[in-house]
Design a protein around this ligand. Structure first.
Ligand code: PLP
Length: 421
């Protein structure tokens, strides 16, 4: 199978044909992935990645399985133009109950990148509709990641992202310096000054609140969110929070925006929205944004993917949110944080390690050199753990349901990967 895979199937950020044999996963249950063939002596691996932040309840969960089964027997898909259905309406109303006020309107799409495209389109269309079409640029801070389609790519970190490859092709956006971990008034002033200076051409500021994920796994003071909110209000600029990675509890609060005590005008959700079962994302906005668009020359939001609001995904998203809220997810994430702090502490003493940081259910070991992906992955697999290091980072974000013993083993896998990589 791997020969066919390498010959024909693209993998994320991969060459064609593939250069390395990926591991073949046969099934997954709870916090374990089961391989079709043993790799480095292991048939089962503890999952340190939650399938890129998504599988917060673990795999093969009976409640989520039942939600999909129940829905597939009723209808797996139906177009959303001119039609609606209970799972979509229930999901939208459930989301509105848990996100910060006054986010009240929900656009359901199929992936995080598309949710960001929709967010950008909402903001640009808002300004066009209210008679200020020159406000069409975006501002963000360095070190971010917002997805791989066009508008998201333009606001990814210009050094770590694909900007060099696409310079002259991607829309040129405005970048502030990367946010420092601790609050720094001079950095806050830098943000205020940049937003004020570009106010006439800025449609929106877009950032990942509190945690910058795939752009570098960095954390920053939530106080900057308030600075952004105030600066955007003063300058007449919309504020977009991309909570695709942080949403649904990963950083310790249900949404990272809560830590800054502010609400954005537009918010993007994805990944853990369906508990990692199916691809679905959401772009939420305030009545002000929706009403602005509706007053325009084209009084509709001009976007409508074929699989918009897919009923299977919406049904499992409802079940995932109910499941999360029915459990002590705060306690679970706090438990992950404590276990990661303890288990990763000795990484700080390892040669070649630059920084060790933990927030909520996220643990990061940053090396002082680019990680040797092959060696680091192999060392983790030998320790019975699945990790996917990148750049100079070996990191974990386990499913919330992982117990203390398994978490300790995952931490040993991270240490082994950091030593080998
Ligand atoms: N925004 C953030 C913050 C992300 O972490 C990601 C994915 O890693 C995306 C957007 C893109 O989401 P997707 O991969 O579902 O397109």
């Amino acid at each position: 199978m791997t020969a066919l895979d390498r010959a024909h199937v693209w993998h994320p950020y991969g060459p064609m044909p593939g250069l390395v044999d990926p591991l073949v996963v046969e099934s997954a249950a709870g916090v374990r992935l089961r391989l079709a063939e043993p790799a480095h002596g292991r048939r089962e691996l503890l999952d340190g990645m939650s399938s890129w932040w998504a599988a917060i309840h673990g795999y093969n969960h009976p409640v989520l399985n039942e939600a999909v089964r129940g829905q597939v027997d009723r209808m797996s898909h139906v177009m959303f133009g001119g039609l609606t259905h209970e799972p979509a309406v229930r999901l939208a109303t459930s989301l509105i109950e848990v996100v910060p006020e006054p986010l009240r309107h929900v656009f359901l799409s199929d992936s995080g990148s598309v949710a960001v495209e929709v967010a950008v389109k909402m903001c640009l269309q808002y300004w066009r509709s209210v008679g200020r079409p020159q406000k069409r640029r975006l501002l963000t801070w360095r070190g971010g990641y917002h997805g791989d389609t066009w508008q998201p790519m333009a606001v990814c970190d210009p050094d770590g992202g694909m900007h060099q490859l696409w310079s002259g092709v991607l829309p040129e956006q405005i970048f502030a310096a990367a946010p420092p971990a601790e609050y720094d008034e001079s950095y806050a002033e830098h943000l205020r000054e940049l937003i004020a200076r570009h106010a006439d051409e800025l449609a929106a500021v877009i950032v990942e609140p509190v945690v910058q994920g795939a752009g570098g796994m960095r954390f920053h003071s939530p106080r900057y969110l308030r600075v952004l909110r105030e600066a955007c209000d003063d300058a007449g600029v919309l504020l977009v929070f991309d909570e695709i990675a942080t949403g649904f509890g990963r950083s310790g609060t249900l949404f990272a925006a809560e830590q800054g005590g502010v609400c954005p005008d537009v918010m993007c959700l994805g990944k853990a929205l369906t508990g990692g079962y199916l691809s679905m994302a959401a772009t939420l906005c305030t009545p002000r944004v929706a009403e602005g668009i509706s007053r325009g020359e084209v009084p509709v939001l001009a976007h409508g993917p074929t699989f918009m609001a897919n009923p299977l995904a919406a049904a499992v998203a409802c079940a995932s949110l109910d499941l999360l809220l029915s459990r002590d997810w705060r306690g679970e994430v706090a438990g992950l944080e404590a276990g990661l702090r303890e288990g990763l502490a000795e990484a700080a003493e390892l040669p070649g390690v630059k920084d060790v940081r933990v927030l909520g259910g996220i643990g990061v070991v940053q090396l002082d050199h680019p990680v040797d992906m092959g060696a680091a992955t192999e060392a983790a697999v030998r320790a019975g753990v699945w990790l996917r290091p990148f750049r100079d980072l070996v990191y974990v974000m386990p499913p919330y349901v992982m117990g203390a013993e398994d978490l300790a083993q995952v931490c040993r896998g991270v240490l082994a990967a950091a030593r080998a990589g």
